[in-house]
Structures are given as C-alpha cells and as structure tokens.
Design a protein around this ligand. Structure first.
Ligand code: 2AL
Length: 245
C-alpha cells in the first residue's frame, strides 16, 4: 500500500518531520511517500496562503494518480484543497484536521486545539463547523508561534506549546489536546507523556485512517460532488490546470 503525504508548504525540513511521524504510525509494509510541492508558500498561516498552496498540492495528487498511489494525506491543519483533491483522487484523501478532530472525539467528550498563530484560529473553527465537531471542541487556542519557528531549535516552541496545553487542561474542561499544525508532529509523544492525556497529532491520525480505509477496500465516492471535475478550458496562466487537460 502506498500513501502519499503532501505537506502543502514548501519547507522540506518540515516535510521530513511529517514523514517521520507518518512512518511511525503505519503498519509494516505501508509505504509513505512524503512530498512538498515545487511551488507555493513556505508556511501556511492564513486564507491567502491556503489558496496559493492548493495548485501545488493538487499537482501532487495528479502525479499520485498517475503513479498508482492508494491514498493521500493533506498535512496542513487547515485541510487546504481537501474537497478539490477528493474530486481528482480515486483513493481516500484525508486531511489532518479532520482526522485529528474525529479521532479526539473517540477518546474524550471534549478536546481543545492548540495551534500556531491567532489568525489561524478561525480556520480551525470553520473546520469544526464543517466536520460537525464544534460541540466536542472546548476551545481553539493559539500559542503565537509562527509555523517556521517550529523548525527553529532556538525558539523553545516545545515549552510554549506545553504551557498552552496545560492552560487548556486547567481552564477548558477538555480531556484531550489536538495539535493544530503538522509541524508539531514530532512533539506529540513527549507532550502526551508530560500531560497525561491523549494528545492527537493529525499526521499520525490521518495516515492511520487512510491505511484503515484502503485496507477495508474503501475509496472516495465518485458519485455527486466528488466526481471528476467537469472538462472545460481554463483561461490564461491556469490553462495547464484545466480538468482533463
Ligand atoms: C499549518 C500547518 O499545519 N502547516 C502550515 O504550514 N501551517 N497550520 C497552522 N495552523 O499553522
């Protein structure tokens, strides 16, 4: 089984962190191909970054379809391009936010999300509504750590995130923590050891979900809105992205 994990930002050191977490979460024999698009933002911290990351991400899904990939994971907590990717993929496409929020719901009646910058909080809140998980989420908290600071050993991001998780447990009445950035994947085990509650890294949750769905023979529905996009020309510089082109 081949699962392609797409980090939609172009920071390869973060892609390596993500690949490591993904490989640790799947069964022996499951191949993880971790990639970043060739073009796009170095980090995704808002609506514009998300929109700009989608073309590179969708290119990687198109390549994966040609290569016979069985499932995809979109490794950014805003789940950018998730529905569009499902239109062009045969196998399951799992976003890390959706996988983390649904997994947290199995483990606690209430969870809090601890994410990067305050400006990304609304993105997670919109996803909670989209996935019907709002009632289980006690609060979405930001640490005010920029995504690329997670890659900087001098930033002491771990201590800042740990402190925010402790505040969540003290103030929110939550029983689990969802980490709100793919770049936090390497901190998950240490955080859950120190906090004594389930800490959910969406990368691990998403690859485990993708593996399970492929194993039981399930792929993306091709009936209705996840059917292949309608063939039509696209104008100007987007002509190469025209469906069926
Ligand atoms: C993310 C993420 O997971 N990767 C990235 O570049 N930005 N999400 C976030 N909330 O900061």
């Amino acid at each position: 089984m081949r699962i392609k994990v797409i980090n939609p930002n172009t920071t390869w050191s973060m892609t390596e962190t993500i690949a490591h977490a993904a490989r640790a979460a799947v069964s022996p024999g499951v191949e993880i191909e971790a990639v970043s698009p060739a073009h796009g933002p170095v980090s995704i911290e808002g609506h514009y970054d998300e929109a700009m990351a989608c073309l590179g991400l969708l290119d990687e899904v198109k390549k994966g379809e040609r290569d016979g990939v069985d499932a995809y994971v979109i490794a950014c907590f805003g789940d950018p391009g998730l529905d569009a990717a499902r239109e062009i993929a045969r196998g399951p496409v799992i976003g890390i936010a959706e996988a983390a929020m649904r997994s947290a719901g199995y483990l606690a009646t209430g969870f809090s999300v601890v994410t990067t910058l305050q400006r990304t909080v609304v993105i997670a809140e919109h996803l909670l509504d989209k996935y019907g998980a709002r009632a289980q989420c006690r609060r979405v908290r930001a640490c005010e750590i920029a995504v690329l600071e997670l890659e900087n050993p001098a930033s002491d991001a771990y201590r800042t995130i740990l402190a925010e998780c402790r505040r969540a447990l003290a103030e929110d009445g939550c029983g689990a923590i969802v980490l709100g950035c793919a770049g936090m994947a390497d901190l998950c085990r240490r955080l859950s050891g120190e906090l004594g509650v389930p800490v959910i890294d969406g990368v691990a949750a998403a690859v485990a979900t993708a593996e399970a769905l492929v194993r039981i023979g399930l792929g993306t529905s091709k009936r209705g809105d996840y059917a292949a996009p309608l063939r039509k020309p696209y104008a100007g510089m987007l002509a190469p992205w025209a469906p069926g082109g």
